[in-house]
Design a protein around this ligand. Sequence first.
Ligand SMILES: Nc1ncnc2c1ncn2[C@@H]1O[C@H](COP(=O)(O)OP(=O)(O)OP(=O)(O)O)[C@@H](O)[C@H]1O
Ligand SMILES: [Mg+2]
Length: 391
Amino acid sequence: MKTALDALKRSNIFKDQSKLSFDYVPEHLPGREKEIDQLARLFRPVLYESMSQTAMITGPVGSGKTAVVKRFCMILNEAGLENRRRIEHVHINCRNRKSESMVLLSILTHFDSRFPDRGFSIPEMIEILKKHLKKRECHLVIILDEADVLLKRSGSDLVYNFTRIQEEDDELLGAISLILISQKKIMQLLDKASLSTFKRTNLIDFGKYGHDVLKRIVDQRIEFSFHPNIVQEGVSDMIASMSEEYGDARFAIELLEKSGMVAEEQGSDIVNPEHSRWAKAEVKPFVFEETIHQLNIHEQVMLLAASRLLKRSAYCSTGELETEYQALCEQVNKRPLGHTQFWQYMKEMDAFGLISTKRSGKGTVGNTTLITIQDVPVAELIDYLEKTLLS
Ligand SMILES: Nc1ncnc2c1ncn2[C@@H]1O[C@H](COP(=O)(O)OP(=O)(O)OP(=O)(O)O)[C@@H](O)[C@H]1O
Ligand SMILES: [Mg+2]
C-alpha cells in the first residue's frame, strides 16, 4: 500500500512543480510578444525622457494580463538600471485591497516594510509617498490589478491623485506611472479628470488565447516542470483543445499539473492523454451517463470503439474508427451501417459533445478528420459501455 511517506518522496514525474504555480512568471510569454512590445513602446519616454505614462489592460480570464505586466515591469526595471534611471514597481491586487487607504498602504510598505497599517489618513499617506519618491529619486510604476473592484467601490479619486501629485510639485514631475488591469472595460468607471490621462493608444485589449498559443504555453511548462520524455506527445495538443473554449492559460496549466498528479497517483511513469482526461473530469466533471442514454445503439458502439482506440493516444482517424466499429458490430450482432450513415452519426455525436473532431493539420500525411474524446476518461466510458452493450 502507498503511504504518505511514499507520496513525499522525490517525484519521478515532476522536475520542478513550482514552475506550475500561478505566481511563477516565465521569462518568455508565448503569444504575448506583440503586447509586451506595445507596452515597451508606450513606456519608452519613461526611460529616456523622465516622463510618466499610463496604460490600461483589459482581456478575459487567464489571458495573461497579470503575467505580461509583471514581466514587462521587470524588463523596464532592468532597462532603467542600464540607463541610470531607477524604476521600481508595486503590484496591487484590488480584489484584496479594496479601499483607497489599503492601496496606499501597500504602496507605502513597498518603501518601508514596517509602515504601520493604521493611524494615517489618506492625505497624510500621500504626503509620505511624496517624501519617499523624492528621497529615493525613483520612478514608481503602480499596477492596479483588478482595478474595476477599486473603481466601483471607491471611485477614481485615487487614480486622479496620482496624476495630481506630479502636477503640483515640480520635483515629482514624471515620478509615477500607472497601469490599470481589468477583465471588464473600465473606461466608464473613470471620472473626466482621470480619463484625460488615458489616451486611446494606451489601451491594450488582450484577446482570448487560441489553440496554437495554448499548446505553446503548455509545451513550455512541460519543459520547465517535468523530467525529460515523461509527458507523451499529444498531451499538450489535448490540453490546448480542452482549454480552447475558454482561451484560459490558467486552466490549461492547471490541467497539466493535474495530469501529472493523476499519473503519479496511478503509479504511471509517463503522462499520457488519458491522464489529462482524468484531470479534466476532476476539474470539470461531465455526467456522461445521461448523454449516452440519448444515443442509439450504433452511436454507442461507435463510442465504445473510439474509447478503445483512444486508450493510449490523444487522437485516432475516422478510418481506424470505422474499422474498429465494424468489428465491434459483429460482437453485438448488429449489421454495421454504411459509410454515409456512419459519418452522419459521428457528426451528431460531435454535437452531443462526447467526441470531438478536427481536421488533421501539419505533420500528418494527407488531410483527414481526427477524432478525440476530451471530457471523460475513456477507461470510464469503456467500463460503462461494455456493461451496457456486451454483458
Ligand atoms: N503567454 C503566456 N505564456 C506562459 N504562461 C502564461 C501566458 N499567459 C498566461 N500564462 C500563465 O497563465 C496563468 C494565468 O495568467 P494571468 O494570471 O496573467 O491571467 P490574467 O489575464 O491576469 O487572468 P485574470 O483575469 O483571471 O486575473 C499564470 O500562471 C500565467 O503565468
Ligand atoms: Mg490577473
